[in-house]
Ligand binder design. Structure first.
Ligand code: MN
Length: 412
């Protein structure tokens, strides 16, 4: 009997607030230790290990130490890039860790004409065959899948794992309707285990012709919307998969990091002062000490501006009372008085996409890449590129030049 750990979406470096960042790194360290304690034969990380392709070196150093502990025990770590830790024109931290031998990048593509061939990585100790396909920028990995030579992979015998970082259309939850996904028919058939990443919600699935499809969800807590689910009590962690010739069992290993509190308020019909009083009163009696607190305010205020509700002051009050971290979600709070956001939605990416879609129809550029659907994709990609922070030691001048260069390349 063998076993391996399957994790994804650790998003190391996503949290900038020192307490959360420390916990995020500690959780990764604990997960690595746990893998050793549980005696796994190898660890498979299915993308978004880091939140950005070129993360802060302190974050890398901490993660590296944790991974070295696993490596010292003779337990190999295999990984693919996620949509976050992939760098379009440069070298990603995953490449560096691969070069250093701390992990093995199992995305081994080669092209035979138009066909994409994926190289197998055979785990020495267990004989498991691992094939990985990395994520790219928004939706681009679907081009990989379109070109993928599935038959060659399907012919392989033995215990086979397919690692990927994409949502599957058939399994897409409603709230991710904006997300680009791939059809399950794009996956090669007959693998024993489909190790997923990218979907920030844990799930085990079966689809015709395919073995177990598993998404472990974020290892720590993710960011944005994920914090809400974590505050409501959703467990975060990773999977341990037992196998001999086939999978014999899967166990979810929760990482007990902290407790959460969620408070949601529909403020429709209230004015700003009433809304402030309602929330302030309500949070008074809540034990927030050492907890992640998520406050979600939604609806349409009958009077006053959103800023007059004073959510920032309420957050400061909770922090003073010892809350570990307070996350405010007022994305769907509007006010009748002010014009309010023209585009509202749950997910920042949804709001951004709607904004681009709204503008795309007004663009009359000759180049079709700037109009319609293609224009939206181009806009989203530029936004993603230009959101990158400067690299360590990069001067403002170099940063600006790089942004222009990468932006020009994205525009082809
Ligand atoms: Mn992710």
């Amino acid at each position: 009997m063998h076993k391996f750990a399957h994790m994804a979406d650790a998003h190391l470096g996503a949290h900038r607030e020192p307490t959360m960042q420390k916990l995020e790194l500690q959780t990764f360290g604990s997960a690595m230790k746990k893998c050793v304690e549980l005696g796994v034969d190898f660890v498979l990380i299915c993308g978004d290990l880091f939140h950005v392709g070129i993360p802060d070196l302190g974050v890398v150093n901490s993660a590296l130490k944790s991974m070295m502990e696993v490596q010292k025990q003779g337990v190999p770590i295999y990984a693919i890039y996620g949509s976050h830790d992939y760098t379009p024109n440069g070298t990603s931290v995953i490449d560096i860790l691969n070069t250093a031998g701390v992990l093995t990048n199992v995305f081994r593509p080669s092209f035979d004409g138009d066909a994409l061939r994926l190289g197998l990585t055979v785990d020495e100790k267990t004989g498991a065959k691992i094939v990985g396909i990395s994520a790219r920028k928004i939706g681009l990995e679907s081009r990989y899948f379109d070109a993928l030579d599935r038959e060659a992979l399907e012919r392989e015998v033995g215990f086979k794992i397919f690692a990927f970082h994409s949502g599957l259309t058939e399994l897409k939850p409603d709230y991710l309707s904006e997300m680009e996904t791939i059809e399950s028919s794009a996956l090669p058939k007959g693998f024993d285990y489909y190790a997923g990443g990218h979907i920030h919600e844990r799930g085990e699935f079966r689809l015709p012709g395919l073995g177990r499809i598993v998404y472990p969800g974020p290892l720590f807590t993710g960011y944005g919307r994920d914090l809400e689910a974590t505050a409501k009590g959703e467990k975060r962690g990773f999977y341990v998969v037992e196998f001999d010739e086939r999978v014999t069992g899967t166990t979810f290993v929760p990482m007990e990091t902290f407790q959460g509190v969620f408070r949601g308020y529909d403020l429709t019909g209230k004015n700003a002062a009433e809304a402030r009083a309602l929330i302030s009163d309500d949070v008074k009696g809540v034990d927030v000490s050492g907890k992640l607190v998520v406050i979600k305010a939604s609806g349409e205020l009958a009077g006053g501006k959103v800023s007059e509700v004073g959510l920032a002051a309420i957050r400061a009050g909770l922090a003073e009372r010892g809350a570990l971290h307070v996350y405010l979600n007022r994305n769907s709070l509007k006010s009748r008085e002010s014009a309010g956001p023209i585009f509202s939605g749950e997910e920042p990416a949804t709001i951004e996409r709607k904004l681009f879609e709204g503008e795309a129809s007004r663009i009359s550029a000759a180049d079709e890449r700037l109009r319609g659907r293609a224009g939206v994709a181009t806009g989203m990609e530029l936004l993603r590129l230009w959101r990158q922070p400067p690299k360590l030691g990069e001067t403002k001048k170099d940063y600006n030049a790089r942004m222009v260069k990468e932006g020009t390349k994205a525009l082809e």
